[in-house]
Design a protein around this ligand. Structure first.
Ligand code: URA
Length: 258
């Protein structure tokens, strides 16, 4: 007699999706590990990245370590104050962005803002979402308010807008606006990539120092009324909107490259 399954098809998910969702690993990295034979299901090694598992019953291990299913996915919007470090823990005992947030879930920041940079930072326990937001193909736009050491010259502005060479690679085109015609030290820059210290390095290339750096927008999100150090959960609508943005941006890129 064929034994009836007592759980529905819907409860089966692909092993690579399960691992990516419940760890900080990207789907591509997970596939690599599966193919290398580092993943077991109920102690049996599998190398099929699309193998379907039942997270309620199967024991999935990576390098022998059990992967537990995270219960609740949380997405948090923080107004990062200056003098906080964008990590989960700091060996020097400095305040981390995670220290500022009271939640049971093991959250981590998506990308990073420097110690002296303030503004909009998203934290989550959803590894797949985080990887999507940070993946360069999706080109999520980020807006920074910058105070420079001297007025931004028109020719430098034009170079930066078109893209400049940093460490041998050209930056993507970006948008730059002045806050007012009378003070060209205060500008707003929107970039769609996130290399380490990118905004600072872009201006430093032309001899400007950065006196203040604040991220005011990330994709469709802005800080609203959150003061430095304050945070709130994102709504489901906001999370879906961010996710859909990656789909739209990806489609646009596909069209552009044709
Ligand atoms: N660019 C920088 O240089 N620093 C940040 O913190 C963010 C973007």
């Amino acid at each position: 007699m064929i034994q009836m399954k007592n759980f529905s098809e819907q409860e089966y998910i692909r092993i690579n999706k399960f691992i990516a969702t419940n760890t900080k690993l990207s789907r591509r990295k997970v596939d690599e590990y599966i193919l290398q034979g580092r993943v077991t299901i109920n102690n049996i090694t599998i190398t099929d990245t699309g193998f379907k598992i039942n997270p309620l019953k199967d024991k999935i291990r990576l390098d022998g370590e059990l992967i537990r299913q995270s219960k609740r996915k949380v997405y948090i919007l923080l107004n990062k104050p200056q003098k906080t470090i964008t990590t989960v823990s700091d060996e020097k005992g400095r305040t981390t962005v995670v220290d500022l947030i009271k939640t049971k879930e093991k959250i981590f920041p998506i990308g990073r803002l420097d110690y002296d940079t303030s503004g909009l930072l998203i934290l989550t326990n959803d590894g797949e979402f985080a990887n999507r937001m940070m993946h360069p193909t999706y080109k999520i736009q980020k807006t920074y308010e910058v105070k420079l050491s001297k007025p931004l010259e028109e020719k430098h502005k034009n170079y930066l807008i078109k893209g400049i060479i940093l460490n041998g690679r050209k930056t993507l085109p970006c948008k730059i606006e002045y806050f007012s015609k009378d003070d060209k030290r205060k500008i707003k820059i929107t970039i769609s990539e996130g290399k380490n210290r990118q905004v600072k390095r872009m201006f430093e290339k032309f001899g400007y120092k950065i006196f203040k750096l604040h991220r005011s927008k990330y994709g469709n999100l802005s800080l609203g009324k959150l003061n430095p150090g304050e945070w709130r959960y994102l709504t489901q609508k906001e999370v879906l909107k961010l996710q859909s943005l990656t789909l739209t941006n990806n489609k646009e890129n596909a069209i552009r490259t044709k």
